[in-house]
Design a protein around this ligand. Structure first.
Ligand SMILES: [Fe+2]
Ligand SMILES: [Fe+2]
Length: 367
């Protein structure tokens, strides 16, 4: 069992004294944690309602499995089998992450909901492998047993870095599925895949990719909250994650290298896709200019004395990302939560409110 060392990452609201609503001075870590926790809770409630209203599909009944193509080239089978393998670890991902954030209502309940969506992905990809007739039911059963004999564990020891990792992972997964969808729609620019046409497979990939986009957005909003209230720690976590990013359970899935090679050659996913369509996209949405700027920014903050004891941020940190953009996004998130809470009636009893971080400079220093 894992227990986070950084208590502030997962402080439950009940353990945090209710501070003043309008801070006169700086926010204490306890106040920041309460604000992050409340936003997560509001976002989770909004997410669940939306998930049930718009993405309530079923892996068995939402697709016409009998119409799935039965003449896939072996590269498509390898790719889909790999997706099936990665999603097969949904119970491990869920239990590890729930345990990590178990003291947080919004985050732990969200991970259960998230897990229930990932579980559908595992079943849908398995159906795809089965109905393609490219693997026998016996083979699938043995493969699953082999996968499940291994256990996935958290890639990082703390909650913030795992949260950041999940943002990159969800985006990368979404990209994999969207690129497979394009191939199944007959849009591949690779000669060996140009003849593939499988509308059912395209639909499966698309439906799952929409879920992955929703996951990505939830975790992205979470990272924005941390970046706004704890920029230094969050930027460090981003640097850690991008320095050695690998897809989840790539170390557990048999023949991973063959899978990686196949999706690379098929134009589904490779190092360039990660850099251009994952890392750059996440950076843009977090107001980070690029990898070099991130690394330089962190280096600069390490060169000046720290003021950790009185809770203030180092000034240099505010120059290393576009905090104005992040603040705008955090405000927009609160407006979305407020709208939802007004609809339900929570707003009359216990509204989620945005509180400015007074450490954030009102004007960029280099302007
Ligand atoms: Fe998934
Ligand atoms: Fe996901």
């Amino acid at each position: 069992m894992y227990d986070s060392k950084t208590v502030t990452d997962i402080m439950p609201p009940s353990a945090i004294p209710l501070g003043r609503r309008q801070p006169a001075g700086l926010l204490s870590n306890a106040e920041k944690d309460r604000l992050i926790e409340r936003a997560f809770l509001g976002l989770y409630r909004w997410y669940t309602a939306r998930s049930q209203e718009t993405r309530n599909w079923n892996p068995d009944k939402s697709f016409d499995w009998r119409k799935l193509a039965q003449d896939w080239p072996s590269e498509i089978t390898t790719a889909v089998q790999g997706f099936f393998a990665v999603e097969q670890y949904a119970p491990d991902y869920t239990s590890e992450l729930v345990n990590l954030v178990r003291r947080s209502h919004g985050r732990s309940h969200f991970q259960l909901r998230w897990g229930s969506e990932e579980e559908k992905h595992a079943d849908a990809w398995e159906n795809a492998v089965l109905f393609s007739r490219q693997r026998s039911p016996q083979w699938i059963a043995e493969y699953k047993e082999r996968l499940r004999s291994q256990q996935w564990t958290l890639p990082f020891p703390d909650a913030i870095t795992n949260l950041v990792y999940t943002v990159f992972q969800e985006r990368a997964t979404q990209l994999n599925y969207l690129n497979l969808m394009k191939i199944a729609q007959g849009k591949s620019d690779r000669p060996h895949l140009a003849d593939v046409k499988d509308p059912v497979l395209a639909q499966v990939a698309q439906v799952i990719a929409v879920d992955e986009a929703a996951h990505y957005n939830f975790f992205l909003e979470g990272v924005r909250l941390y970046l706004y209230y704890y920029p230094q720690r969050t930027l460090e976590a981003i640097k850690t994650v991008i320095s050695g990013f690998a897809m989840p359970s790539s170390h557990l899935v048999p023949d991973w290298d063959k899978f990686a090679e196949t999706v690379y050659r098929a134009g589904i996913y490779g190092p360039r896709d990660f850099s251009r369509d994952v890392m750059q996209v996440v950076f843009r949405q977090l107001g980070i200019e690029g990898r070099k700027q991130l690394e330089d920014g962190i280096k600069r903050t390490r060169e000046v004395p720290t003021f950790d004891n009185d809770g203030t941020q180092q000034t240099a940190i505010w120059n290393s990302f576009d905090y104005g953009l992040v603040e705008g996004d955090v405000k927009r998130l609160h407006a979305k939560i407020e709208k939802f809470e007004t609809e339900v009636g929570f707003s009359e009893l216990d509204p989620t409110e945005f509180v400015e971080n007074p450490e954030v400079p009102t004007k960029r220093r280099d302007d």
